[in-house]
Design a protein around this ligand. Structure first.
Ligand code: HEC
Length: 102
């Protein structure tokens, strides 16, 4: 009984201490990026970067749209956002601002 209680407690604290970004978003973004984007952005997963052109999460969103459009990739509407969240979370670390048109 005590064990069950401990498990429940762990579960509850696990849920409430979850980060602000849903892990499934980051995983989805990583898979999409690995599938479609690594042809040009090398195996280390680091995007091509001059270190200055990306200044915010919105810049990343814009650049991803540009790359996706240029490549003619068919993605679901939230796929670009998932990749934006993933790249920002793992590499760019800009402030997480809401998507402008949502
Ligand atoms: C055909 C090669 C190619 C593919 C495939 C590609 N990109 Fe790019 N990407 C580029 C080039 C070239 C640049 C630099 C563009 C510039 O600076 O004007 C770039 C720049 C970027 C940047 C900005 C990086 C920085 O720090 O300046 C991001 C973010 C990005 N791409 C994301 C993606 C995503 C997401 C995908 C998958 C949908 C993708 N790219 C697929 C060629 C590619």
């Amino acid at each position: 009984m005590l064990k069950l209680f401990a498990c429940l407690l762990l579960l509850i604290t696990g849920i409430t201490s979850a980060k602000d970004i849903d892990q499934s978003v980051l995983i989805d973004g990583k898979v999409l990026y690995t599938e479609e984007c690594q042809k040009c952005h090398d195996n280390s997963l680091v995007p091509i970067s001059d270190g200055t052109s990306m200044q915010s999460l919105d810049d990343i969103r814009w650049q991803i749209s540009t790359c996706v459009t240029a490549l003619g990739i068919f993605w679901m509407p939230n796929d670009e956002e998932d990749v934006a969240q993933y790249l920002n979370h793992d590499f760019f670390h800009f402030k997480n601002t809401p998507k402008p048109d949502s």
